[in-house]
Write a protein of this length. Sequence first.
Length: 297
Amino acid sequence: MRITNLIVSVGIALGAIFGVGTAGAADLPAATYTPAPPATAPPPAVVAYNWTGCYLGGYVGGALQSREVNAWDPRSTGGVFPVGTYYNPAALPTPQQGFDNEDGNFNYNMNGSVIGGGTVGCNWQGASPLVIGIEGEGGYLKISGTSIVPYSKYTGFDSVSSTTIGDWNAALTGRVGYAWDRVLLYLKGGVGFSDIRSSFIDACSAAPCSPSLITATGSIQQPFWVAGVGVEYAFNREWSIKGEFLTLGMYKSFAVCGAGAGAAAGSTFCGKYNVEGAYAFKLGVNYYFNAPIFAKY
């Protein structure tokens, strides 16, 4: 009997336990399903600027002399006046005259010039930041100066000397630069061209001027070296702006000659002029008409 009661009690207890478990399971929320997130699209390509391409452009700026003009009072080449005779006798090396230079030499400054013109060129850039190119330019430049010849002070300051660089200039240069994406820092150098001319004129023969007259002129068109540095910034694939500094190596000497008239008739007089070069400062804009597009990821 006792065994039977024990079996019944154990069965009742197990039934209660399983009943409670089943009821608890029925109260749990239903399992939910979370779908996998959709595959994300790759980020858009970043367009890297490349300086390869050809361009047309324009510039404005200013130019000024690098040093004073050196000039020498003309001397006779023969004839009525013996060879070596100065046109202005005060130019003869005589310290008592009170001049700083005792060999007929005198100096004077030239005024600055507004400049402007156009450029055409091409660049090439590979996978590195190095950029190389070639550029041609041409435009307006006129640096000029006029001075009374100091040795004519005893004859009414009647001798006038003038020098002009321009009215035009041109250059063909190479460029080598380093690019930081849209910023290009570059060096450039090559050959330049312009007209350099000077004159020595005495057009006054009435007192207190001397009775001598002369119009002596000379010029030179030899090429000269050009060197400088610049920085260029690209707004987009087509347009850029640049600033540039150039040295124009016009270190040229040439003769200025003319026949004497009036009391100086019968002789030709020649002086020497030495032009010491110029500096140019430019702001410009370029249009790249065939620039490629490169992408990096």
